[in-house]
Design a protein around this ligand. Structure first.
Ligand code: 9UX
Length: 72
């Protein structure tokens, strides 16, 4: 079963920022899709909970250099 989570991502100033966040998320196991919206400071992620969880995704976004919080 795929789960969908929405994160707030603060600090992205260009589309390359969004691209690097997307790329980092997609490198994790269990990610089906990641869409990062620089204009709205959001990342929507579809993932398989058996392989990865929200906190791991959140930490991965932070590792790229942005402040991430789980919205829903
Ligand atoms: Mo370009 Mo976005 O260095 O921070 S990737 S502005």
């Amino acid at each position: 079963m795929v789960k969908t989570s929405l994160f707030s991502v603060i600090g992205m100033t260009c589309s390359a920022c969004a691209g690097s966040v997307e790329k980092a998320i997609k490198r994790l196991p269990g990610i089906q899709q990641a869409v990062v919206d620089v204009l709205n400071n959001r990342a929507q992620v579809l993932f398989y909970p058996h392989f990865v969880d929200e906190e791991k995704i959140r930490e991965t976004i932070e590792d790229v250099g942005f402040e991430a919080t789980l919205v829903m």
